[in-house]
Design a protein around this ligand. Structure first.
Ligand code: ADP
Ligand code: ADP
Length: 226
């Protein structure tokens, strides 16, 4: 787990208006931070700069006390959870969770130990031999998070993970993500344009507008505003 500290972060694409314009934000160890705001306000760009998928034009990005501006995504040890969960359909749940460990050529006993540990937390034991097609949306989400857990990632990053789901499933998944985040206590940054998600999931909400922070507050504080 790690603290994420952003200081005067700027992202300039070409010679247009900066997509992210002098953003300073500290996300505490274990905190669940929401990035919200209208389309085009810079949420995804900011998230991609945290993960390392986008170069930072200026400013400092510090994760777990280390400046990561020039570090590749794999050196940052963060875990991005995608909209479609990016599960491999031909692999079992076990192998989907184990995937990053197999890539890292971890020995089999340790792979089994870590996957089983993650399956305990995620209540996926009964499903380890199934394929993703035979899982519910909520179970797939848990598999995607399992992959992050086994890697012992320092933070979870979500980019609108629920935006393609119907309202009912979205509600279930909100509950699921919130419950797991609290149980794991892992630093989380979650991008959404959905007010309900913003107001129910996070410890704090960062409202972006035209690349700048308009406000950072707890959902309670936002709710109580006139
Ligand atoms: P959001 O996630 O809030 O919708 P984005 O971070 O995707 O916002 O985009 C912020 C701004 O940066 C927008 O004006 C968008 O058009 C621009 N932008 C995003 N990605 C690129 C890119 N690869 N090249 C040029 N401009 C981009
Ligand atoms: P690994 O394959 O071990 O996850 P990578 O360097 O491929 O290592 O990725 C490092 C991190 O960046 C991972 O958390 C991964 O999910 C994320 N990542 C990699 N590629 C992308 C991408 N195209 N878009 C968003 N996140 C990505």
């Amino acid at each position: 787990m790690a603290e994420i500290q952003m200081s005067h972060i700027v992202k300039q694409y070409g010679d247009g208006f900066p997509a992210v314009n002098d953003v300073s934000l500290d996300i505490a160890d274990g905190e669940f931070m929401i990035l919200v705001g209208p389309s085009g306000c810079g949420k995804s760009t900011l998230l991609r700069m945290i993960v390392g998928l986008e170069d930072i034009s200026s400013g400092d990005m510090v994760i777990g006390g280390k400046r990561v501006n020039d570090k590749a995504p794999r050196e940052r040890n963060l875990s991005m959870v995608f909209q479609n969960y990016a599960l491999y359909p031909h692999l079992t749940v076990f192998e989907n969770i184990a995937f990053p460990l197999r890539l890292a050529k971890m020995d089999d006993a340790e792979v089994r130990r870590r996957v089983n540990e993650a399956a305990d937390v995620l209540e996926l034991h009964e499903h380890l031999e199934r394929k993703p097609a035979n899982l519910s949306g909520g179970q797939r989400q848990r598999v995607a998070m399992g992959r992050a857990i086994v890697r012992q990632a320092e933070a979870f990053l979500f980019d609108e993970p629920l935006s393609n789901l119907d309202a009912k499933l979205r509600g279930q998944m909100r509950t699921e993500i919130s419950r797991l985040q609290r149980r794991l206590g892992i630093t989380t940054v979650y991008v959404t344009h959905d007010q309900t998600e913003a107001m129910t999931l996070g410890d704090r909400v960062c409202v972006l507008r035209k690349g700048k922070i308009q406000q950072v507050a707890s959902p309670r504080e936002l709710y109580d505003q006139p």
